[in-house]
Design a protein around this ligand. Structure first.
Ligand code: NOJ
Length: 530
C-alpha cells in the first residue's frame, strides 16, 4: 500500500489560519516561521499536508481573502524566503503545502483594480465587472452581496457600477476576459514552481455570472435580501467548466498536484458535479458540517454524498473551518471532550480525505468577542443576529504560558480563557486527552488499508443513537460504532465471528474477544476488527 500512497486521496489535510498559529516576531499575528517551527508537531500528529489560509499581501478587509498581489507573501507573515523554507522543511517531514487561492475577486487595492477604476480606457478595466446604471440611476439588476446590501457599488469617477459578491472592497473579476484566465493560470504555475502541491479555490463556483446580467428570481422567505433570491444568475454558470478544464490541464502537468474547490452554497450533487478527471480533484460539500449532531441525519448526508460521487470521484469530510463555529463549541458539553472523540472517529474513519482545522485536535472552543471588539466586518454589520467569524479564529493554544504560548505580545484576537488547562502541552502529557486520541486515530488510519481504500457500507444496528458502518479492503475489515448518546447500549454484532477491539475512545481490556452482543459505553467510539 505504501507505494501507491497518493497524498490528497489517502492522507489527511490540516488547515492553518496563519494569523493564529504561532507568532515568532511578537507582532501579535502568527507568521510563516511559526508554522515552520511547528512542522515537527504536525508530523508527529500525523498529517500529510497543510492548507494555509491566504498568505498573499492583503489589506485585510476580509483577513486575507482580499488579495492585492497573487505572487507575493504578505510581510506580516514573513518573506518569500521564509515561505520557501517552510515548503522545504515540510517536504522533509513528508508534508505538502496547499495554498488558498482567492480568484473570484481581488482586493480593491490590487493594482489591477486601482488602474481599472482610474479610467474606462485602462487596459485592466475589463478585468472587473462594470455596468452602466439603469435609467433611474439604480444598479443594473437585483444581485446582492452575500455579506449584506446590494452587490453593485457606484464608481463616481468613471460613472459605472462594479460588482462584488462579498465586501465592496472585494470587486469580482471578469472571468469572461481571457486575460484574467491567463493571469491566473500563470499564478498556479508560479506556486507549483515554488513546490506547492495543492490549491484550495475560494468560492470557485462564483467565478462566472450571467452574461446578460438578468435579475435573480425572488422568493418570499429568507433572513437577508440575499437569501430571498433564487441565485440562478450570479453563480454556477455553465461557462465555468471550460476554466476548470484549463486549471486541471495545468495541474496535470505536475506530479500529484491537486485542487479542491470551496463550493459556495453547496449541495452534495452540486459539489460532486464539479469533480472529475478534467475538473477539480475534489470539492467541499458543507452539508455535513452544517448538519446537527444526530447520527441518522449525518448518515443520511453521508450516503447522499457517497451516492452523488459514485465510485470514481473521491469524497472529503470536514467538521471545522475558519468560517464556522467550531464543532467543539456547537456540540461539546462544557470542557468535556468525549463527544469530540466520537466526532473525530467519524471524520477519520469515513471513506474520503479528512480535513482538520488547527486546534480541533485539542478541542479548542470559540472565543466570545464583545461587540466593540468584533473584527470581522459581517459580525459588525449583523450583530447580534450574527456575531461574525472571529470566534473560530482565535490563537492556537500551545501551553499554559501567557497568551497560551502563541505570542509574546497582545494577540490580534484574544486567547480563549480556558488555555491554562486546554493546550497542546497539557494534552500531550495526558494519555486520555483528545490530542492523544487524534494521534492514535491518525496512526491507526494510516495502518489500515480498509480505512484508506476500503468501501463504505452503512450498518443498521437498530439503535437510533448509534452510527455504524463497515469499511473493508481485501482481507482487512473494520466495524465502526459511534454512540452519539450518553447512555450505555448493547449492540448486536454481525453473526458468526469473533471480534476484537481495534481502537476505542474509552479504556477497554486488551485482547478480549466478543461475539453476539456487546456493550457500547456512553459517548464511545469503537472500532472492531475480525
Ligand atoms: C470564502 C472564505 O472561506 C471566506 O472566509 C471569505 O470571506 C469569502 N470566501 C470571500 O473570499
Amino acid at each position: 500500500m505504501k507505494n501507491d500512497f497518493l497524498w490528497w486521496r489517502d492522507g489527511v489535510i490540516y488547515q492553518i489560519y496563519p494569523r493564529s498559529f504561532l507568532d515568532t516576531t511578537g507582532s501579535g499575528i502568527g507568521d510563516l516561521n511559526g508554522i515552520t517551527d511547528k512542522v515537527d508537531y504536525l508530523a508527529n500528529l500525523g498529517v500529510d499536508a497543510i492548507w494555509l489560509s491566504p498568505i498573499n499581501p492583503s489589506p485585510d478587509v476580509d483577513f486575507g481573502y482580499d488579495v492585492s498581489d497573487y505572487k507575493g507573501i504578505d510581510s506580516k507573515f514573513g518573506t518569500m524566503a521564509d515561505f520557501e523554507r517552510l515548503v522545504e522543511t515540510a517536504e522533509k517531514a513528508n508534508i505538502r503545502i496547499v495554498m488558498d487561492l482567492v480568484l473570484n475577486h481581488t482586493s480593491n487595492q490590487h493594482p489591477w483594480f486601482l488602474s481599472a477604476r482610474s479610467s474606462r480606457e485602462n487596459p485592466t478595466r475589463d478585468y472587473y465587472i462594470w455596468q452602466d446604471a439603469g435609467p433611474d440611476g439604480k444598479p443594473p439588476n437585483n444581485w446582492c452581496s452575500v455579506f449584506g446590501g446590494r452587490g453593485w457599488e457606484w464608481d463616481k469617477k468613471t460613472g459605472q457600477f462594479y460588482y462584488h459578491m462579498f465586501y465592496k472592497e472585494q470587486p469580482d473579476l471578469n472571468w469572461r476576459n481571457p486575460r484574467v484566465q491567463t493571469e491566473f493560470l500563470d499564478v498556479f504555475k508560479f506556486w507549483l514552481g515554488k513546490g506547492v502541491k495543492g490549491f484550495r479555490l475560494d468560492v470557485f463556483n462564483v467565478y462566472f455570472k450571467d452574461a446578460q446580467f438578468r435579475n435573480n428570481p425572488t422568493k418570499l422567505f429568507g433572513r437577508r435580501p440575499f437569501d430571498r433570491q433564487v441565485h440562478r444568475y450570479d453563480y454556477d454558470q455553465p461557462e465555468l467548466t471550460g476554466v476548470l478544464n484549463d486549471i486541471r490541464e495545468v495541474l496535470d502537468g505536475y506530479d500529484a498536484a491537486y485542487a479542491i474547490g470551496e463550493t459556495f452554497l453547496s449541495t452534495s450533487e452540486k459539489a460532486a458535479g464539479y469533480c472529475g478527471d478534467d475538473l477539480l480533484h475534489a470539492c467541499f460539500n458543507f452539508e455535513i458540517l452544517e448538519a446537527k449532531r444526530n447520527p441518522q441525519i449525518l448518515m443520511q448526508k453521508i450516503l447522499e454524498w457517497e451516492n452523488a460521487l459514485g465510485d470514481v470521484k473521491w469524497p472529503n469530510y470536514v467538521l471545522n473551518n475558519h468560517d464556522t463555529v467550531r464543532c467543539a463549541t456547537r456540540f461539546g458539553q462544557g470542557e468535556e471532550d468525549e463527544r469530540m472523540k466520537v466526532m473525530a472517529a467519524m471524520l477519520l474513519t469515513l471513506r474520503g480525505t479528512p480535513f482538520l482545522y488547527y486546534g480541533e485536535e485539542i478541542g479548542m472552543r470559540d472565543i466570545r468577542v464583545r461587540r466593540k471588539d468584533i473584527l470581522d466586518p459581517i459580525g459588525k454589520r449583523y450583530w447580534p443576529i450574527f456575531v461574525g467569524r472571529d470566534g473560530c479564529r482565535a490563537p492556537m493554544q500551545w501551553n499554559a504560558e501567557p497568551q497560551a504560548g502563541f505570542s509574546t505580545s497582545k494577540p490580534w484576537l484574544p486567547v480563549h480563557p480556558n488555555y491554562k488547562t486546554r493546550n497542546v502541552n497539557a494534552q500531550a502529557n495526558n494519555r486520555s486527552s483528545l490530542l492523544n486520541f487524534y494521534k492514535k486515530l491518525l496512526a491507526f488510519r494510516r495502518s489500515q488499508p480498509a480505512l484508506i481504500k476500503g468501501d463504505f457500507v452503512a450498518m443498521d444496528v437498530n439503535l437510533p443513537q448509534v452510527m455504524a458502518y463497515k469499511r473493508s479492503y481485501q482481507y482487512n475489515t473494520l466495524f465502526i460504532f459511534l454512540n452519539f448518546s450518553r447512555k450505555a447500549l448493547v449492540i448486536t454484532l454481525p453473526v458468526g465471528r469473533k471480534y476484537k477491539v481495534a481502537l476505542s475512545s474509552k479504556e477497554r481490556p486488551a485482547r478480549e474477544e466478543y461475539t453476539g452482543k456487546m456493550g457500547l459505553m456512553g459517548d464511545e467510539a469503537l472500532i472492531l476488527c475480525e
